[in-house]
Design a binder for this molecule. Sequence first.
Ligand code: WTA
Length: 660
Amino acid sequence: MDEGHRTIEALFDEARTFPPPPELARRAVVPTDAIYAEAEEDLDAYWSGKAERLVWRRRWDSVLDWSKAPFAKWFVGGTLNVTESCLDRHLGEHADRVAYYWEGEPGDRRTITYGELHAEVCRCANALASLGVGKGDRVAIYMGMVPELPVALLACARLGAPHVVVFGGFSADSLADRIDDAGAKLVVTCDGAWRGGAVVPLKEMADDAVARTPSVRHVVVVRRTGATVPMTPGRDVWYDEIVPDQRPERPATECDAEDLLFLLHTSGTTAKPKGIVHTCGGYLVGAAASHSMVFDLHETEDVYWCTADIGWVTGHSYVVYGPLANGATSVLYEGAPHYPDRDRFWEIVERYGVTTMYTAPTSIRTFMKWGDEHVAKHDLSSLRLLGTVGEPINPEAWMWYREVVGGGRCPIVDTWWQTETGGLMIAPLPGVTTTKPGSATLPLPGIAADVVDEEGHSVPLGQGGYLVITRPWPSMLRGIYGDDDRFVETYWRRFSVPEENRWVYFAGDGAKRDLDGYYWLLGRVDDVMNVSGHRISTLEVESALVDHPAVAEAAVIGRADAQTGQAIAAFVTLRGDREGDADLITELRDHVAAKIGKIARPASIVFTPELPKTRSGKIMRRLLRDISERRKLGDVTTLANESVVHEIAERAKGAPRAEA
Ligand code: WTA
């Protein structure tokens, strides 16, 4: 098994333990570990209890229907509209509580209360309805981090119209693919987004995409940067011309617990991204319960900041749905962490008195590299809890986060989960769990995980294998949109025993458990890379490269990188006798950015006359990884063309490595 770039031995050496701080434990949302046993004793009662925290129109008849496994139904017979839990119920007494402190990159600010958010969501829902959006219609959202972004998600949810958010860093091609896959009827976008002092031309890219997607009837455009953008009459509408005059009320559409809430596409091991299906009831139960327990949310005291973009699942569950369902006050920041200076994040923490911060290891490593002085400039004494997500966190970064950002007093919750799981799966409960730097610790109450070998047998503590989830959970994905076979094939075929009705979810990650049963995540075991916490498929990048007329063949791997976790390394053979040079490298990187998005641009490209292949023609990525990470080459005896690896190794030595 490929264990990525971490070895468990190295982790154990550094494993220190940090028990929960007593003052936090005393008043924690989850104050004792009895909850684990309670959940095991009666899972239905446990999940019912979590569901009862939300607003339902009709109570469910049964908690789980697993009779058609692996296709699950949760809270069967229940009906709700998720926005009633996220907005309406906070109105009365808490209408003036702040839902979001929003800060734009250029420095503009807005404070949005629950009352205001509710009104704006209703106005936006009315506007979308006036453009023909109704229950079940899919709406694509391609925006920057402006307040209208959560508003757009919630307006869709209000109408029972599933949203399909596409991260603003994706290209027009990627957007078109996702719109097409979803059959979206409407797109909400912006005239542009601020990022690092520059404008990302979202509207132009949306136009390019929509020109190819006949399902789209209207494009709603939020004015953000003031850039002049083309508007297609009859199709395009300015948000500020259609929303403000709408009535600030809109009855919420009653949805079945299992109605589609959203699709979110994620990279898999083929070139085509998967539209992950999440439904209303179970998803919100999972997001809300985990948010409250793991972030120990005291809603009237905490100021919570999840730095993720809403374009990713972390933003869906922990910027929008979880925090709002729990009545939290959140910070929403539009831009880059280095704009205008490298202390922007810490300035924000100080300004709003952030108590709980949730960010990615790649950001933490970047801050580490920038130096402690940027952190030290600000008073961060409001912080009491820190979270991380997206990739394995190395113990050094964990310790730096704890000591330099958290002043040594804030517990760190390292949270393992995925787009597919909808919510946190393996994470500490900060009032209960003793943490170890680099370990996501233990499965949450009610969640059953295991580490198994090739045959699916549980491996003893202290050993590594494949991370699996062995029983269903409320916020689990319900499928891959329009592709049931791929759903079963990707997640369930490998370790399930259908004859025995044993269904085992394969996460695609490697993990080891230590002798205390703690989980240490070791990275992906499939052809999915994790670059700065973003999932990118090697095959997707390969097909973008071979789409370029100069390229005959390409192989892509994720090589270990101290900053981004993994960096994209490409090996390319050219057509005919064309010679590769620096210009072509730039051209190919730009080509990938245009096909997928800037996040998928290879950090290095090595031209090679051939790729190392087995006799059956399979590219041996393992060897390319060895070369890229400058290791001794592994077994080359199965290669059809052994001499080529040595040549590639030579060429790779001199190859330039760009910042991604
Ligand atoms: C990785 C992001 C180690 C993992 C929420 C997973 C992690 C993929 C962690 C999902 C963590 C996420 N420790 N690895 N705490 N959190 N991962 O779908 O490989 O964008 O499978 O969801 O990120 O990425 P996704």
